[in-house]
Design a binder for this molecule. Structure first.
Ligand code: GLC
Length: 748
């Protein structure tokens, strides 16, 4: 549609109808028997408001959604279709690994491909927008939503956020099989104090701009159709009412002109935050911040008309918001066809979970899993497993719960369990006749634990004392008979995700007991860990012969883990988030400041460390093992001295010095040695996945462009300062000392 046609549509609407276009509701509001909970339950919207609602979220897809649109259009006086949005966070029906795991792939291209599949499956089900990517930088694994982020690094998060937006949106939202992206949660939600969800965020503008904002900006520059405000305050002002963040930064500095939507109920929560005494004040604050769409809160729908009539909100602000929403619907092609892609919807059954989609899910899961430890026991070679016995034990040994609480449309019945994956590998190899002894051995939760699930369901360990002992004894007997034990442990699905913060990052006592009793009768224990966050597992770090971090791996998780265990695939995952030795070290991220008293591993007093556990994490950002090994030459740069705006060309030779082909994630870090503000000890500026056959070597090049050496100076400017820079290239953030020092200078 022409812009002027959209403007005319706005002019033809009454104020009440326009207000309707600034609301997103759940499906419950439109069905007779709909159950409405929370602050909405006491609100009754005027029929004209309800008939003009802009959007509905998270209703079932397919025929139901089609009928929903048709019924709605019969009522809407201007024939303006609904836009259907949903939380397709890591896949629609084909579920990929959680984003924190996808970050470990260091493979934006594959992440983009997966996002494209999620888009196609969502569009085939009739959805138009996904509430993804979540580009919140996270440094605190106590925060249950770290699972939805791609980790602790500025550069990696930016690359992944861009990959998702491009994967979802393609070249145009008119293109069949695309969906609109909604970048979230703007901004800084991952910095909630204490890792407690929804908690206060308070940081310097320097940290906000250097660490937390760049990944969001990358998604905006990639063209995300929407941005969602976050629940938290930032320096005292809730994001949803934060004019500086939404108008000055997002709109004016970054040029975002799409739709700004609140998070669920965040507008009415301005009252709970204590910045609004009434719904009217909340509505006025959100409008002043430029919020276009109120997600499932009673504020816009019941206060905006009054605010306009009282002159507290100019009607032109309403018009501006409605125009953005109509522009989104137009961009999505909804005015051409309210169903967008009816032909694609006809083919939904053949699209969901098709073979090609499962193959991508398996590959991404393989690339996302991280080998943390291996004392020569992996890979298990099917060829010499003849007549061997594998004890496959633990609550995840044969579990389909490999998805996450942010899997709204995927089904556990579609997932491949670890047992099924392992049997598929060994059955496929003629030479092997492996005997599997399979036993859970313990419940995932301790008897005294009780989890309130994402849908308020209660999850608890309902085994009797007798059952607990019987399962444990059976597992120990199996371990005693086996050549090797694969012990599949982890967190419960409901232990991570929204409002799932944990003060302890330990496995349940029952799982630790299982590990200890099994290890006592068989030293050959391989632990596979399924979790939505970095955990702390000191006993396993010491006693296990190998540890594979499998995360929440999605539909193909069992096949991916099995391929890695048996060497059909060589692990290439590298940690997107630091694993601390102890919760007390949090935050333990790698790109910290040096402080005036760096301990560097020493334990003398008067140094910045912990006298009980030291300052180093268990496993640092970027870390991960392979079944082969790689050697690095000293770093070389094309010059030693550069003018400030000159690119720094970095090269290093990487050699596969092992006996098996494998992929190395070559990581390039920079340290700005001296600045007018203190600089991080390392910052990732580039990475490349490089496959090498045994003995093969390759020259790997990085170009560090001037914007990448910019910082917030003491005077608050965003620029590169002259001085010495150290370039590290290696296999993780504790990259070796093969660095090169270069100088950037400015012409006085
Ligand atoms: C939730 C989440 C947000 C999600 C939205 C819609 O509370 O914070 O990430 O997209 O509501 O479900």
């Amino acid at each position: 549609m022409e812009h002027k046609e959209l403007e005319a549509m706005v002019e033809n609407m009454t104020l009440r109808e326009k207000v309707g276009q600034m609301m997103q509701l759940t499906g419950s509001f439109f069905s007779e028997d709909g159950v409405i909970t929370g602050p909405m339950s006491e609100i009754k919207f005027e029929p004209e408001v309800l008939k003009n609602t802009a959007s509905v979220l998270n209703i079932p897809g397919g025929t139901a959604l089609k009928q929903f649109q048709e019924a709605y259009l019969k009522e809407n006086p201007h024939g303006i279709p609904l836009v259907f949005m949903a939380d397709v966070i890591h896949g629609y029906r084909t579920v990929f690994p959680i984003p924190l795991a996808q970050g470990c792939s260091f493979d934006p291209e594959l992440v983009k491909k997966a996002a494209g599949i999620a888009a196609k499956e969502s569009a085939a089900a009739g959805f138009h927008v996904t509430f993804s990517p979540m580009a919140d930088l996270v440094r605190d694994p106590r925060w249950g939503r770290c699972m939805e982020s791609t980790g602790e690094d500025v550069f990696l998060n930016g690359q992944m956020a861009r990959a998702c937006v491009e994967g979802y949106q393609g070249d145009s939202l008119k293109q069949e099989g695309t969906i609109g992206a909604c970048l979230k949660h703007f901004a800084g939600y991952g910095a909630a104090e204490g890792g407690r969800d929804y908690n206060t965020v308070d940081m310097s503008e320097l940290s906000l701009r250097e660490q937390y904002l760049p990944a969001y900006r990358e998604a905006v520059e990639a063209g995300t159709a929407l941005v969602m405000t976050s629940f938290n305050t930032i320096n005292g002002i809730p994001a949803t009412a934060n004019k500086w963040l939404m108008e000055d930064v997002l709109r004016k500095e970054w040029g975002f002109d799409g739709v700004l939507i609140s998070d669920y109920g965040a507008v009415i929560e301005l009252m709970k935050h204590g910045v609004a005494a009434t719904k009217e004040e909340a509505g006025q604050l959100a409008m002043e911040a430029g919020l276009d769409l109120d997600m499932v809160s009673p504020v816009y729908g019941t206060t905006l008309e009054k605010l306009v009539k009282e002159g507290k909100v100019p009607e032109k602000w309403i018009d501006r918001a409605v125009l953005r929403i109509l522009e989104l619907k137009d961009k999505l092609g909804l005015f051409d066809n309210p169903l967008r892609f009816p032909e694609l919807m006809e083919k939904e059954d053949e699209i969901q979970l098709c073979k090609e989609h499962r193959e991508v899910a398996e590959k991404l899961a393989e690339e996302s899993m991280v080998l943390l430890k291996n004392e020569g026991i992996l890979p298990l070679d099917p060829k010499n497993m003849q007549k061997k016995t594998i004890a496959l034990l633990g609550p995840y040994a044969d579990s389909r719960e490999l998805l996450s609480t942010w899997t709204l449309f995927g089904k556990e019945e579609d997932t491949v369990t670890l047992k099924e994956g392992m049997e598929a590998v060994t059955n496929a190899s003629e030479q092997t006749e492996v005997r599997y002894l399979v036993e859970e051995g313990c419940h995932i939760l301790d008897p005294e634990e009780e989890l309130v699930g994402f849908h308020q369901q209660i999850v608890k360990n309902d085994w009797s004392e007798t059952e607990i002992e019987a399962h444990l004894q059976n597992a120990v007997e199996y371990a005693a008979q086996a050549d090797v034990v694969v012990l599949a442990l982890g967190e419960h699905t409901q232990h991570s995700g929204e409002s799932a913060s944990r003060a302890s990052l330990r496995l349940s006592k029952g799982q630790i007991r299982l590990f200890e009793e099994v290890s006592a009768v068989n030293p050959n224990v391989i632990v596979v860990l399924f979790s939505g966050r970095p955990l702390v597992f000191p006993e396993i770090n010491v006693g296990a012969k190998a540890i594979l971090q499998a995360w929440r791996p999605g539909t193909e998780g069992g096949n991916a883990a099995a391929n890695l265990l048996f060497g059909n695939a060589n692990p290439s995952g590298r940690l997107s988030m630091t694993f601390p030795k102890h919760e007390g070290q949090i935050p333990a991220h790698y790109n910290r400041l040096n402080t005036g008293r760096p301990a560097l591993g020493r334990s003398d007093r008067f140094l910045s460390t912990y006298c009980d556990v030291g300052e180093f994490p268990e496993y640092p950002f970027g870390y991960g093992l392979s079944y082969t090994d790689f050697a690095y030459s000293p770093v070389k740069t094309d010059k030693k001295v550069y003018e400030i705006e000159e690119d720094i060309k970095v090269s290093v030779e990487v050699t596969n010095v092992g006996d098996r082909g494998g992929t190395e994630v070559v990581q390039c870090y920079v340290q700005d040695m001296v600045g007018t503000t203190a600089r991080p000890v390392r910052e990732l500026k580039g990475f490349q996945r490089v496959y090498l056959e045994p003995g093969e070597k390759k020259q790997v090049e990085f170009i560090i462009k001037e914007p990448q050496t910019r910082m917030i100076t003491r005077t608050g400017e965003w620029k590169t300062e002259p001085g010495m820079f150290r370039i590290y290239v290696g296999k993780d953030s504790s990259a070796a000392d093969n660095f090169e020092e270069v100088e950037k200078f400015s012409i006085k």
